[in-house]
Design a binder for this molecule. Structure first.
Ligand code: GLU
Length: 473
């Protein structure tokens, strides 16, 4: 394999992947530029008094697209954050929303901060101040730009953002929809925390429903017994690994974390490991697995499925050739660089790309936003009605057949769906439909041979339609 001299930046890497898709379709060059370009980027620098001293924080909010509003995407708190990364992630949000039919534009934000170095109260002060900057500059509102959690942020930060916005605009009846990923008792939705991991599980389940796709990845059968290596046991990685091992029978044979990797070919108990990390802050000294100090090398270890669920640029020109997984599903955003993607495609490694694979989070954010602007939880009007309906059907069946329905069947028939049931059903449906669209796109085009390009083709076709139909204003 000839060596490409330099890795592009993350944003260039996303653009190069998009260019591959644009080249495969007959897209007007002007529209192509409109689709690809980042609409606006706000950089803020603001002072906050911490422990008697003034500290100046730097943050960004990039709006990649506004063809649908609000623009949507998380806010990341990370010491390494920079503008190039924020723009890349905002672009990914555009394609992500389009492929899963979430009617939003793409956006992303970041703050340069290591949250582990600050107390809770300090983080609250910083988050509220960052929110003020975003709101005042027109980069945060329920109708135009709606953040969500990402690396280093969670429900707590989202609750602070919502509360700050509410104090600024108490007359905005939809104030609670200004951010998603909130705690359930503050306008959040059941199932949002686990949503991205759940989406990865649903994506894999759908992949394994297509025997030909499984065969192309040199595998057979179902997820049961498949050997999985996961990188990153944060929110996304933890939930994906937990569901795949506990519900699908997959074996998590290695977990890669910051401080090394744990290996056990018989499968690692994810819940036990999660408890261990919560208690000790490290994967070290976890019983029943071997510790490998060089965590990154474990990406190359033999397995069926590799799930990078940590940071971008983990599989690069340097290690791509040595990756031995048959299937890679990108739970993280941008874990494979452009050059590495080309190498893996040539090797025949199947990649389920980030823009689709981790779209479960924004999908459930969409449900949360709808719940917020409708001011009612899903299922509130229909649950008891469905239960009565099921009970009536059971009674009629018993009368007609003269036989008693088992308690188990009766309770299934008479159970009305709660919000979590509906969220899971909506997410599963979304992930199934999107995968089918992607594979149909790939199979219908002679010049598209990988799922990533097919994902971009399908989403760019949707985005460009709105430019073509509505025109450029
Ligand atoms: N930060 C998540 C992502 O990268 C979620 C975005 C959202 O829910 O708006 O997809």
């Amino acid at each position: 394999m000839s060596q490409i001299i330099q890795e592009p930046t993350f944003r260039e890497s996303v653009d190069l992947m998009v260019d591959r898709a644009i080249a495969a379709i007959d897209l007007d060059p002007g529209i192509a530029i409109a689709v690809k370009s980042c609409n606006a980027v706000l950089q803020v620098q603001f002072p906050v008094k911490i422990r008697g001293k003034i500290e100046v924080f730097t943050g960004w909010r990039a709006v990649h697209s506004t063809h649908r509003l609000p623009s949507k995407g998380g806010i990341r708190y990370a010491p390494y954050a920079d503008q190039d990364e924020v723009e890349a992630l905002a672009a990914l949000m555009t394609y992500k929303c389009a492929i899963v039919d979430v009617p939003f534009g793409g956006s992303k934000g970041a703050l340069v901060i290591d949250p582990s170095l600050y107390e809770r109260d300090e983080l609250e002060k910083i988050t509220r101040r960052f929110t003020l900057e975003l709101v005042r500059k027109g980069f945060l509102s329920p109708s135009t730009n709606v953040p969500a959690p990402d690396i280093g942020t969670g429900q707590r930060e989202m609750a602070w953002i919502a509360d700050t916005y509410k104090h600024l605009y108490p007359e905005d009846i939809n104030y609670v929809a200004c951010v998603t990923g909130k705690p359930v008792q503050h306008g959040g939705i059941a199932g949002r925390i686990e949503a991205t991991g759940r989406g990865v599980q649903y994506a894999l389940q759908e992949f394994f429903r297509h025997a030909n796709d499984v065969k192309n990845a040199n595998m057979s059968g179902s997820l049961d017994g498949k050997k999985i290596i996961i990188q990153g046991l944060g929110n996304v990685g933890y939930h994906a690994a937990k569901f795949l091992s506990e519900e699908n029978g997959a074996l998590i044979t290695a977990v890669i974390e910051r401080d090394g990797a744990l290996i056990n070919d018989e499968g690692i108990n994810i819940e036990n490991l999660h408890q261990h990390i919560c208690e000790h802050g490290t994967i070290k000294n976890f019983p029943s697995a071997i510790l490998e100090e060089d965590g990154k090398a474990v990406l190359e270890k033999d397995c069926d499925i590799l799930i990078p669920a940590a940071l971008e640029s983990q599989i690069t020109l340097e290690n791509a050739e040595r990756i031995s997984a048959k299937l890679i599903i990108e739970a993280a955003n941008g874990p494979i660089t452009y050059g590495a993607d080309e190498i893996l495609n040539q090797k025949g490694t199947i990649i389920i790309p980030d823009a689709y694979a981790n779209a479960g989070g924004v999908t459930v954010s969409y449900f949360e936003w709808i719940r917020n602007i409708s001011h009612m939880r899903f299922g509130r009007m229909s649950r008891r009605h469905s239960e009565e309906h099921g009970s009536h059907i059971s009674d009629v069946l018993e009368t007609m057949t003269g036989e008693k329905i088992s308690e188990q069947s009766r309770s299934k028939l008479t159970r009305g769906a709660n919000e979590l049931d509906l969220v899971r059903s909506g997410l599963d449906d979304t992930m199934r439909n999107a995968y089918q669209k992607i594979r149909e796109t790939m199979l219908s085009m002679d010049n598209v041979h990988d799922l990533r390009t097919a994902t971009y083709v399908a989403s760019i076709e949707k985005i460009s339609r709105s430019y073509i139909d509505i025109g450029v204003y």
